[in-house]
Design a protein around this ligand. Structure first.
Ligand code: CP
Ligand code: NVA
Length: 307
């Protein structure tokens, strides 16, 4: 693994390996604290958008393992504005040991990786969110084990989080159903990639409009914001389109009775997810957020060559 840019870049075995390493890091962390696997290493963190989970979990992942992290705000480095991405990548390659970047344009993460002499991690772009997907798969696996054929239902906007979730499900042999309104579908490119992966793993997909049909028999119901970062000017329009896709008690009642409720967070409560569901017995949204920490330790360990 040279960079970590998309779940679809990894083989199924590599995805499962990352999950197994995550479990080891998590167990060790809670037993006696992690050993200093990343001693002397610094992660540079480039953010073009806000973040709570990604920023703090990467910073803590480095510190727990004896390393350090450096936050670089949008205004400080002016990715592609104050300086070209190619130059930034080559300069930082001499200062830090890996880069994590959250960009608007997916091509900007690819450009960083192209020029960087050190590993680059995609911390969310407009196309995908692979770090989220590994943490999510860890959460699903903790609940249901490694069995193939689980039914994951995503309800809402076919966005960056959806793409990585679809791809991680494809890699692990889980079935994926999405219900999204017309005009807010997952990209054809992402579907094509998933179809290719499923030839090996046997995952089945359903791309629907009706959220009620989508959650039938679901083991997991997943949702995300109706308006992603960078789409703020569409927010009013989206608020009109998406209400039928709200994950509320009625919709949850139509899924498997043991279904878990997931959201990458930040949640817009009582928009895409109602309070009673977010804080109800089936919700795993906080353990899911916490698993980002353990999953990212695994990603870093693979990129640093220490696992
Ligand atoms: N889920 C997630 O990536 O959260 P942040 O935007 O807070 O990092
Ligand atoms: N789809 C959301 C995810 C945030 C973690 C966004 O891009 O804003």
């Amino acid at each position: 693994m040279k960079h970590f840019l998309a779940v679809s870049d990894l083989s199924s075995a590599e995805v499962q390996e990352l999950l197994d390493i995550s479990v080891k890091f998590k167990e060790e962390y809670f037993k006696k604290g992690n050993a200093p696997y990343f001693k002397g290493k610094v992660l540079g963190m480039i953010f073009q958008k806000p973040s709570l989970r990604t920023r703090v979990s990467f910073d803590m992942a480095m510190r727990h393992c004896g390393g350090d992290a450096l936050y670089l705000s949008p205004n400080e480095i002016g990715l592609g504005k104050r300086e070209s991405i190619a130059d930034i990548a080559r300069v930082l390659s001499g200062y830090v040991h890996a880069l994590m970047a959250r960009t608007f344009d997916h091509n900007h993460v690819l450009e960083l990786a192209k020029w960087s002499e050190i590993p680059v991690i995609n911390g969310l772009s407009d196309y995908n969110h692979p770090c989220q997907a590994i943490g999510d798969a860890l959460t699903i696996q903790e609940k249901f084990g490694k069995a193939k054929g689980l039914n994951v239902a995503y309800v809402g906007d076919g966005n960056n989080v959806t793409v990585s979730l679809l791809h991680v499900c494809s890699k692990l042999g889980w079935n994926f159903t999405i219900a999204s309104p017309e005009g807010y579908d997952i990209t054809p490119k992402a579907i094509e990639i998933a179809n290719e992966i499923s030839k090996e793993t046997g995952s089945k997909f359903n791309f629907l409009r009706d959220p009620h049909e989508a959650v039938k028999g679901a083991n997991v119901i997943y949702t995300d914001t109706w308006t992603s970062m960078g789409q703020e000017e569409e927010a009013a329009k989206r608020e009109k389109v998406f209400p039928p896709y709200q994950v509320n008690a009625k919709l949850v009642g139509e899924a498997d009775k043991d279904a878990i409720i997931m959201h990458c967070l930040p949640a817009h409560r009582n928009h895409e997810l109602t309070d009673d569901v977010a804080d109800g017995p089936q919700s795993v949204i906080f353990p899911q957020a916490h698993n980002r920490l353990h999953a990212q330790k695994a990603v870093l360990a693979r990129l640093f060559g220490v696992a």
